[in-house]
Unconditional design. Structure first.
Length: 303
């Protein structure tokens, strides 16, 4: 990242200053999250999963092993196929939410209106708002145990104001089998480290949804001439005499690591969404909620 972008290191007085700044911004981020929800809530149908319940969800073709008592003969009479009625699952599901607190998430280029950290927090707070309306249990690893409450987003925001997460990836000690987790991160740690942490969570029987938050400059690498870059995690600096000569190689490496992580997620049965901070937050919200719902028709984020 070039000098002049928002950077700090993760220890010492700088970390304390950053934590206080993050806490002071939380009320505004919560308001923004609620605004984003209001832009997509019209026509919203909640998070549907088939299972035991009273409400009709969908028809699907009868296959061997299906419960014959659920055959809908009226629907089946319309054509040559036999259909069964799926009902909507009504038991509350636990969904964990996580926004990467790493120092690299503070970056914001001139092409973006917000930092990666702000966008990640708005996304998870907006998801908390939507999921809590569906009666889901919402938690934040290492910060707040799962709760079922209509004000889950407010309670998460309040908890984050007083307890900055100490990890760059969600701690998995409290994550339980059959729950789900949404991870919003720039994924700039070493690829092997990211894959290992994803695998560790996946082995616990947890379904994951990874949202890669990217600043447009991180994809395009628009820099030219003499440019000084600084690692926001360590403070180390690198000076490039002609930054434009690095552009093609940088883009190739960046795209390769993104695609590798995305493919690894898909092999595990996880979803992977790329979201740039120069795009509307509502786009990411709809895409991720669609993946949580298992509904490909509304999951329109980039795979």
């Amino acid at each position: 990242m070039p000098i002049g972008s928002a950077v700090d290191v993760t220890t010492g007085p700088e970390a304390l200053v950053r934590a206080r700044k993050r806490a002071s911004l939380m009320p505004d981020l919560l308001v923004e999250a609620q605004r984003v929800v209001s832009t997509v809530i019209s026509g919203w149908h909640g998070r549907k999963r088939h299972g035991v319940g009273e409400n009709f969800w969908q028809f699907r073709p009868f296959v061997d092993g299906s419960d014959a008592s659920r055959i809908d003969w009226r629907r089946s009479a319309r054509d040559e196929h036999i259909y069964i009625r799926d009902r909507e699952w009504e038991a509350a599901q636990t969904v964990w939410l996580w926004a990467d607190p790493s120092a690299s998430m503070l970056y914001r280029s001139n092409a973006a209106g917000v930092s990666k950290e702000s966008r990640a927090l708005v996304l998870v707070l907006a998801l908390a708002e939507l999921l809590s309306r569906s009666g889901e249990r919402i938690g934040y690893p290492g910060v707040m145990e799962p709760i079922t409450a209509r004000n889950a987003a407010e309670r998460i925001a309040g908890a984050l104001m007083g307890a900055r997460p100490a990890h760059d990836f969600p701690p998995d000690a409290r994550l339980q089998r059959f729950s789900e987790i949404v991870i919003a991160s720039d994924l700039l740690n070493p690829v092997e480290e990211i894959v290992e942490k994803i695998d560790r969570i996946g082995r616990r029987g947890i379904r994951g949804h990874v949202v890669m938050i990217a600043d447009p400059a991180e994809e395009a690498f628009p820099y030219s001439g003499r440019t000084e870059f600084q690692d926001p995690e360590t403070g180390q600096k690198l000076t490039a005499g002609r930054a434009e000569t690095l552009r093609e190689e940088y883009r190739r490496i960046y795209a390769a690591r993104r695609d590798h992580i995305g493919e690894h997620c898909r092999r595990l049965g996880w979803s992977f969404t790329l979201h740039r901070t120069d795009r509307l937050a509502s786009e990411a919200l709809v895409a991720v909620h669609g993946r949580l719902s298992g509904n490909p028709q509304i999951a329109k984020g980039r795979p």
